[in-house]
Design a protein around this ligand. Structure first.
Ligand SMILES: [Zn+2]
Length: 190
């Protein structure tokens, strides 16, 4: 395992900070049930950057902020690559699917399943690593629990294939979202 080689080296102070951010993220979700994942992420990024500037006395705040930003970019890039890969795979294996449901896990891995015209799961549930792991190395967390622990799911979303201009109507997407995730699914989740 060479985990962390390319990422940030975490000391205990940083680990405590991350725990604090996770708690803040959770409480934001509770306080603002209508906020979607992106809005919470935006708010958390602000707080993380503020904390980073304040907390790191050993390095200049600026250098740390740059490092955090680079890390966030790396995570976002890896996520985008993983989602692009999933959509390409689903396009081949389930060409008649109208959408793909994603369950993003706290380890960076993503579980995905194609969704039929009627909003039902179709085909197999696949699992993709969102991390920059070396070939043939698997995620140690998912190796232990198979990625099936729903409490590790940090984001659920529907991805629609094709360009923005090809998106189905809001009404249709809302309807499918409710079938997939239940009645709590709202316009904010789209
Ligand atoms: Zn994993």
């Amino acid at each position: 395992m060479k985990e962390g080689k390319e990422g940030l080296e975490l000391d205990s102070k940083s680990k405590d900070l991350i725990k604090k951010w996770q708690r803040q993220g959770e409480s934001l979700k509770k306080k603002h049930p209508k906020w979607n994942a992106e809005k919470i992420q935006q708010e958390m990024k602000k707080r993380i950057l503020q904390d980073a500037e304040a907390a790191l006395s050993t390095r200049s705040g600026k250098a740390y902020v740059e490092e955090v930003n680079a890390h966030l970019r790396e995570v976002a890039d890896a996520r985008k690559k993983a989602i692009d890969g999933i959509m390409a795979y689903m396009g081949k294996t389930s060409p008649e699917a109208i959408a793909v449901v994603l369950f993003e896990l706290d380890c960076g891995c993503i579980r995905a399943c194609a969704v039929s015209q009627k909003g039902n799961p179709m085909g197999e549930m696949i699992m993709v690593s969102g991390k920059q792991v070396e070939k043939d190395s698997e995620c140690s967390v998912c190796r232990d629990d198979g990625g099936a622990d729903s409490s590790r799911c940090i984001r659920k979303s529907l991805i629609w294939p094709g360009e923005e201009s090809e998106l189905p109507s809001e009404e249709f997407r809302l309807d499918i979202g409710k079938k997939v995730f239940g009645d709590d699914y709202s316009l904010d989740d789209i």
